[in-house]
Design a binder for this molecule. Structure first.
Ligand code: ATP
Length: 145
């Protein structure tokens, strides 16, 4: 299977760097699938779940906005924040979701861009954490008694 190099970076660290078969991200105009030899492209990303496919394995990461650039030699995602499924603190994301929903409920007539963005970030984290929980083979091995 053909591959391309994918790098995901935040201001804090390199989150991911590997050769992959496909990446599916949420661009501002909808979902965007990138395969090897994709034409050069630069797009803004919305917060959402990012799917990485490699050797028949699928991995999900939560992305909190940023940019995706397809270069001739690699694909780079510069994310405002990014967490692997196992890094996500579900209780924190639930709290963030609750806060954002309450802010939106408190002033329904007002456009609250910050609360809408916070809600989207929290939903992306919860979705990625949930996908990990459901995926077979990722549960911790039972410990021997
Ligand atoms: P909160 O209100 O809980 O801080 P937030 O959406 O405002 O959430 P961000 O500003 O997007 O948080 O992220 C700040 C830092 O905290 C980033 O490094 C991000 O990876 C991390 N982070 C945020 N929420 C979580 C979470 N639920 N689990 C793990 N890391 C998180």
């Amino acid at each position: 299977m053909a591959t391309f190099k994918l790098e995901i970076v935040t201001a804090e660290k390199m989150v991911f760097s590997d050769d992959v078969n496909e990446v599916v991200a949420w661009g501002v105009e909808g979902q965007l699938g990138i395969l090897p030899h994709h034409a050069p492209l630069m797009t803004m990303l919305q917060s959402g779940d990012l799917l990485i496919k490699k050797d028949n394995e699928e991995q999900y990461l939560a992305i909190s906005g940023g940019f995706l650039e397809v270069r001739p030699d690699k694909v780079i995602i510069l994310a405002d924040a990014c967490e692997r499924a196992e890094e996500i603190d579900v209780a924190r994301a639930e709290e963030a979701k609750k806060r954002a929903e309450e802010a939106l409920k408190a002033a329904p007539a007002r456009v609250d861009v910050a609360a809408e963005a916070a809600l989207r970030r929290s939903l992306a984290r919860l979705k990625v954490a949930e996908k990990r929980r459901r995926r077979p083979g990722t549960q911790p091995h039972p410990t021997k008694l």
